[in-house]
Design a protein around this ligand. Sequence first.
Ligand SMILES: [Zn+2]
Length: 103
Amino acid sequence: MPPPCIRCETQRVINLETARKLGIAAGALAGSLKGAYTSLYYPGRLLTSPFPLSRIATAVIAAATGGIAGAATGNQLVQHLFPHGEGTPWLCLGCGHSFRVLN
Ligand SMILES: [Zn+2]
């Protein structure tokens, strides 16, 4: 049961720890897809590559590095929402207020 927002008293709050994990997963996935897509479909690289296998290897490497960068971005995006202090971080979806509740 989430705590009510301390500002507007709505119970539409999300756990920022969960949001951060989801942000990392979503960021990693987006980064991977973007990296793989760019390396496979970038026309210049496609035409100059002599071996099809090297293109796949490039796509895998690009997906891995893109995933790491994406995960870091997802983490940072949520991280700056975290309020200072101790306890479980919550974000109110009603008014955007973030606060912590000590367990
Ligand atoms: Zn609120």
